[in-house]
Design a protein around this ligand. Structure first.
Ligand SMILES: Nc1nc2c(c(=O)[nH]1)N[C@H]1C(S)=C(S)[C@@H](COP(=O)(O)O)O[C@H]1N2
Ligand SMILES: [Mo]
Length: 426
């Protein structure tokens, strides 16, 4: 046994005194961080099983997976939301994640006809329509274009759609988990279109998926030439089948539906095609009977991921960490405010990690919880000056019938026991 069992090798003294200070500050709280309060800690003084045997060698798991203790950190669906899992959605467990990158195995899935299991050697990408030379590329051809790396969030336009009329689902995984944030490697779509030569009458492109839904969306040529990517890698490795292996379209900042997976064809045209996903779906009915259409950009939004209904406060009163995510389809997030009292008082949160355009941003707010009930809210400000609205402000503009583009402020009511619940304070 070590002589000084609390002194972890290499720990800096200032870190240690911070922890000690915190233990004192946590008066009446749990024994966490308090040394010697309840006698010797078996976790320190007893030999744990894993100290007594040799572990598995290298190559035991040629493709690594998380610790079995993290087995609860998985995508989950809400069975009653859809009739069948082949045309359905599951949700990213954002309440369990930190930083800004979504691990590949946890990126939410949205399929209209299940996952296409594409053989890359049999996959082609065709460019046709208003081009000088229609072209067909193999995956090997695509790998010979100059490629770029960018971190972007993908948010389904229906994210938080179930919350439009009031609080419904108890957990940010379900209210806000139709989002992921990934570093993509891909070829700028502009280079591929230039290779085919876009005719001067061209104004729109139509990407098409190779899955059984043959997903198609009309995208303005200006966006296609600006920052869209034909991507084949996510977070360094090949796209997962769920995310469109071997190739998907990346449409930064715009609604997830346009990010066509299993991309097989891009048609160039002079007007939009008015297909299913831009007429009967991904449109919102306004109170006067007109439909909001072509609502591509994702407005600035944020959510507190912990504490939240699936991530209660485990430690009682005292030093408490609030954390969450913020994003905007129009740029970066220079600032997030956090309220502990349902929007009466606001505190500027601490941003941490890279601030990249059209990417998730991570924020923290640390405070000394007095143990009284809380109404937690977060409010994002984006680099255009836009401020995330309340749900009432949204309903005032768009009525009660909307589903898509709900970026209203979310509230979690936290009880004296630290249990969090989805409520609405607008
Ligand atoms: N080919 C194809 N692309 C598709 C879809 C689809 O069903 N088929 N779903 C779209 C929708 S609605 C969303 S929100 C995103 C989801 O991407 P993800 O499964 O990587 O999260 O993919 C889009 N691209
Ligand atoms: Mo979507």
């Amino acid at each position: 046994m070590r002589k000084d069992p609390i002194r972890v090798k290499g720990t800096k003294p200032n870190r240690r005194s911070f922890l000690k200070g915190m233990a004192v500050a946590a008066a009446g709280g749990a024994a966490a961080g308090r040394v010697g309060a309840t006698g010797p800690d078996p976790a320190i003084v007893e030999k744990q099983p894993w100290m007594q045997y040799l572990g598995e060698g290298v190559d035991a798991h040629p493709y690594g997976t998380p610790s079995p203790h993290e087995a609860h950190v998985v995508r989950r669906n809400v069975e009653w939301l859809t009739a069948d899992p082949v045309s359905s959605v599951n949700f990213t467990p954002i309440h369990e994640l930190d930083g800004i990158i979504t691990p590949n195995g946890l990126c939410f899935e949205r399929h209209h006809a299940g996952i296409a299991e594409v053989d890359p050697s049999q996959h082609r990408l065709m460019i046709n329509g208003l081009v000088d030379t229609p072209l067909v590329f193999t995956m090997e051809d695509l790998a010979r274009f100059p490629r770029e790396n960018h971190v972007y969030f993908l948010e389904c336009a229906a994210n938080s759609g179930m919350e439009w009329r009031g609080a419904q689902l108890n957990g940010c995984q379900f209210t806000h988990g139709m989002i992921h944030n990934v570093m993509y490697t891909g070829v700028p779509l502009r280079l591929i279109l230039e290779e085919a030569g876009v005719k001067s009458s061209a104004a729109w492109v139509l990407p098409e998926g190779a899955d059984a839904s043959a997903m198609t969306r009309s995208i303005p040529l200006e966006k296609a030439m600006d920052d869209c990517l034909v991507a084949f890698k996510m977070n360094g490795e090949a796209l997962r089948p769920e995310q469109g292996y071997p190739v998907r379209l990346v449409v930064p900042g715009w609604e997830g539906n346009m990010w066509v997976k299993w991309l097989r064809r891009i048609e160039v045209g002079d007007q939009p095609w008015h297909h299913r996903e831009e007429t009967s779906k991904y449109t919102d009915l306004l109170p006067d009977g007109r439909a909001r259409r072509f609502t591509w950009e994702m407005d600035a939004k944020s959510v507190i991921t912990s504490p939240s209904p699936q991530a209660p406060i485990p430690h009682g009163p005292g030093h408490t960490v609030v954390t969450g995510l913020a994003w905007s389809g129009r740029g970066t997030i220079p600032r997030v405010d956090v309220s502990l009292d349902g929007g009466v008082n606001w505190h500027q949160a601490r941003m941490s990690g890279p601030s990249l355009t059209k990417s998730l941003h991570r924020f923290y707010h640390e405070f000394d919880w007095d143990g009284r009930p809380l109404l937690l809210q977060s409010r994002a400000h984006d680099s255009t000056g836009y401020v995330q609205p309340t749900k009432d402000m949204l309903r005032e503009l768009r009525g009660e019938n909307s589903i898509y583009h709900n970026n209203g402020i979310q509230t979690w009511a936290v009880s004296e026991q630290g249990i969090a619940e989805n409520v609405e304070v607008s």
